[in-house]
Design a protein around this ligand. Structure first.
Ligand code: TRP
Length: 445
């Protein structure tokens, strides 16, 4: 079946919409806080520039040349027929696994939009109690909003590339940028801004350890949506003649800028009102709401707008997490889009329910395996292991398996004199870095 195509601008927005997500606004600030700021930010920026950008071009290349779902694209590009390389295409499954907990987190955000209208916590303790109360002892609220998220995402997927994904992004991405931009301008006027700036850009290398390094690399993948077929599947619907390198540059630029803006803004608010940055995953759900309280009525408005922006960012990423497998079942099993979307939606919905319960007192002991509960395992296994593994496989595939002539025919005109360094990085630097990350994570050293 022929895949509908993005407009050029639509592709960039959709890919940027995929990249800009909870990773930028929720995760990036809190891991920056946890690993002490500046030096971590520098490692992240370097990884994005040297590894993330190369892999993004490779992933777009596979999709653009393969023109189909991720499994078929690997199969088509592999020089031998019936090659095992098609198994690499099953990286699309990682997206569904990420989506299980991603949908639950979007659910928390929707809940926070609603409650921010009427109530903000008067202290960090109260904020902590509210968040922990929801997380650990209120399955109903979480199930309700997780269901709402699953329904919205599934509905958009049934509408397809043009009428669903492109439209959603054209609508939500500008609004997201407007809200964040406006709040950032306000943050610029506060005294806390210079402290936030120092925190994020003062490079103190004594705080950097190997764990911080590995986290930065893993996060570069997560935030750029690399390593699970999302960018690949979108690229399969690019118009012929679209410049992959320029598109990749735009996506990386938007993603990085929005992460830095979100980080600077959040830390400004935290410093301004005397909270400390290192608050872990609760940063936007615990520290931030109590800071909004201090701002009075402006705080209510900011809180609603902030969580709306976060929900928008989450939704545009969520569709890209599920679309690869939807496309797979459409292409390979000739399922209708409706059937593929509903079944994939049901899949992540049900596992998401179990993941959600694994945080709830009373269920959590049955759903905890070793050091982590199911929710944390899903996060860890996908972001830390499967994405870098997907990246490693793609780097080797484009670097060594696809004939160089085919790669250079498309990309040399676009990359110009950067073709050679890019190809070198893909063949050697990226695989070695990925390999180190994976070994480190599974505890080899
Ligand atoms: N990049 C998104 C974020 O920062 C998450 C995401 C969407 C993703 N699609 C992906 C991560 C594909 C990895 C692969 O929140």
């Amino acid at each position: 079946m022929k895949i509908a195509q993005f407009s050029r601008f639509g592709f960039i927005l959709a890919a940027a919409g995929s990249a800009v997500g909870l990773g930028n606004i929720w995760k990036f600030p809190y891991i920056t806080g946890e690993y002490g700021g500046g030096a971590f930010v520098l490692v992240y920026l370097l990884t994005v520039a040297f590894i993330g950008f190369s892999i993004m071009i490779a992933e777009m290349f596979i999709g653009y040349e393969g023109k189909k779902d991720c499994v078929t694209s690997f199969e088509t590009l592999a020089p031998q027929k019936k090659s095992l390389w098609k198994l690499a295409g099953f990286q699309g499954v990682s997206g569904l696994l990420i989506m299980t907990f991603y949908s639950v987190v979007i659910g928390w955000i929707l809940n926070y939009i609603v409650t921010s209208f009427t109530h903000l916590p008067a202290s960090v303790e109260e904020a902590q109690n509210i968040f922990m109360g929801m997380l650990k002892s209120d399955p109903y609220t979480q199930i309700f909003y997780h269901s709402v998220t699953a329904i919205i995402v599934t509905f958009i997927l049934t509408k397809g590339i043009k009428g669903g994904i492109e439209r959603l992004n054209k609508f939500l991405m500008p609004l997201l940028m407007l809200i964040l931009g406006g709040m950032f301008l306000y943050a610029l006027t506060l005294d806390g801004f210079s402290k936030a700036w120092n925190f994020m850009f003062a490079f103190d290398f004594s705080k950097l350890n190997s764990e911080a390094f590995v986290t930065a690399v893993g996060h570069a993948f997560f935030t750029l949506s690399l390593g699970m077929g999302a960018i690949m599947t979108y690229a399969a619907s690019m118009q012929k003649g679209t410049n992959l390198v320029k598109s990749a540059l735009w996506v990386v630029f938007l993603d990085t800028t929005i992460a830095l803006i979100a980080g600077l803004m959040l830390f400004t608010f935290l410093y301004q009102y005397g909270a400390t940055p290192s608050k872990g995953p609760g940063l936007v759900f615990i520290s931030l709401p109590s800071v909004f309280y201090e701002m009075g009525i402006l705080g209510n408005i900011f809180s609603v707008l902030f969580f709306i922006a976060l929900a928008f960012a989450g939704l545009t990423s969520a569709v890209s997490l599920v679309e690869p497998m939807v496309q797979y079942f459409i292409d390979r099993f000739t399922w209708s889009r409706l059937k593929a979307s509903v079944l994939m939606g049901s899949f992540f919905y049900v596992i998401g329910l179990v993941a959600l319960l694994s945080n709830i007192d009373g269920f959590s002991s049955a759903l905890t395996f070793g050091s982590k509960n199911l929710f944390d395992w899903l996060d860890f296994v996908t972001a830390a292991i499967l994405l870098p593994l997907g990246g490693l496989v793609m780097a080797i595939f484009v670097g060594f398996v696809v004939p160089k002539s085919q790669v250079s025919a498309l990309l040399e005109p676009q990359l110009g004199k950067f073709f050679t360094p890019w190809y070198f990085s893909l063949r050697y630097i990226t695989p070695i870095a990925m390999f180190i990350v994976i070994l480190n994570l599974i505890g080899v050293f």
